[in-house]
Design a protein around this ligand. Structure first.
Ligand SMILES: *Cc1c(COP(=O)(O)O)cnc(C)c1O
Length: 367
């Protein structure tokens, strides 16, 4: 019997077929129209470009298949995260967010939610397992955390959050729905930056919110329409194209990351290394269960900032950029953004380069 996600991946590649008439384009058109023919106000599938439009339908059909849930698309990961938070919180309620997760989520919560009367509580990812969620309205989690790669047991945390009356929002950016399925494990909403591996070519920003609670998703959809945080048709088209090869790219990226992590962990210049796919890693328990594999992100620590910057400058096959999940391997020293990591800590995002030339370039740059 085939795996359910594999079945959905296969369906994703043909999701338009059923709706096609003779002569229709197989690839979804980029519908660049703000307005739609509206001789009267009843029954039109499209009315105005802020409400709904055909290129969103195409990308949302793909993502809904992968998530097995209703999906609303957004122009960036942060637009999706904002939608999920603003749609589910009100003044006086308490939000729990990770103190070691994606930093813009913290800045948004502190800078915009707190002044609106929401109580923002930051806890380290490693403490979610034991935190008391009494009185919490929204438990927001990110696993593995970016950039530390600590892991949360989603099912266990969701069960405790629900028992306390909270809803759970999971940022699944580092894994994608192919490698980790928070909604199946009890999360109420999934948010993700499709800017990363799903679009995959570092040429577009995008995001989505998925969920199986129609009322909550209705709020998320309303937020998009009212706030105006709408993706453009060209961006939706690019992500639609990227998603068609996501599984293939991830297979190469994750397989290479596993080998590179093993070799780097044994390298004398590497002081410490985090990769959930390694047997000795603190997050390894989740691999093969909650996480399909160790992913494509590696956290490695060199002696100091100078060593780390020198390595990134010398390595010919690692782009020096922020962000991750693209076709090109990329790395950056996260302390330059103020993440609570050692000065020599590099987040390495493994790309689709053939493995041995990539390793040769890394080995040469470390020497
Ligand atoms: C990049 C990222 C985001 C934000 O996505 P944008 O598309 O840059 O807005 C959110 N969460 C995580 C974990 C990310 O890595």
């Amino acid at each position: 019997m085939s795996d359910p996600i594999e079945t959905r991946l296969a369906q994703m590649l043909h999701h338009r077929k059923e709706g096609l008439s003779k002569g229709d384009p197989v690839v979804p058109p980029i519908t660049a129209s703000a307005t739609y023919h509206l001789p009267d106000t009843q029954g039109a599938p499209y009315i105005y470009g802020r409400n709904a439009m055909p290129t969103w339908d195409a990308i949302e059909a793909q993502l809904s298949l992968l998530e097995a849930a209703e999906t609303v698309s957004f122009p960036s990961g942060m637009a999706a995260i904002s939608a999920a938070l603003f749609a589910s919180l009100k003044a006086g309620e308490q939000l729990v967010i990770p103190s070691d997760g994606y930093y813009v989520t913290r800045v948004l919560s502190e800078g915009f939610l707190k002044p609106l009367g929401i109580i923002v509580r930051e806890i380290p990812t490693a403490d979610y397992a034991t935190a008391d969620f009494t009185g919490v309205a929204v438990v927001y989690l990110e696993t593995p955390s970016n950039p530390g790669l600590d892991v949360i047991d989603i099912a266990a945390v969701a069960a405790r959050a629900h028992a306390a009356g909270a809803i759970v929002i999971a940022d699944n950016t580092t894994m994608t729905p192919l490698l980790q399925r928070p909604l199946d494990l009890g999360a109420d909403l999934v948010v993700a930056a499709d800017t990363k591996a799903p679009a995959g070519h570092s040429d577009v920003l995008f995001g989505h919110v998925s969920g199986r609670d129609a009322k909550l998703m209705g709020r998320v959809r309303d937020w998009r329409r009212m706030s105006g945080a709408i993706p453009g048709p060209f961006e939706a088209f690019l992500v639609h194209r990227g998603l068609e090869t996501l599984e293939l790219r991830l297979a190469r990226m994750c397989a290479s990351a596993q080998v590179l992590a093993e070799r780097l962990a044994a390298h004398p210049k590497v002081l410490s290394l985090r990769y959930p796919g390694l047997a000795g890693d603190a997050s390894h328990w989740a691999v093969g269960g909650q996480m399909a594999n160790g992913g494509f992100l590696i956290g490695l620590t060199l002696a100091d900032a100078e060593q780390a910057e020198g390595f990134l400058t010398r390595c010919k096959l690692i782009e020096q950029t922020t962000s991750f999940g693209g076709t090109h391997s990329a790395g950056e020293r996260r302390a330059r953004w103020g993440d609570a990591v050692p000065a020599g800590f590099i987040r390495l995002s493994v790309g689709v380069e053939p493995l041995e030339p990539l390793w040769a370039s890394i080995e040469a740059a470390l020497a």
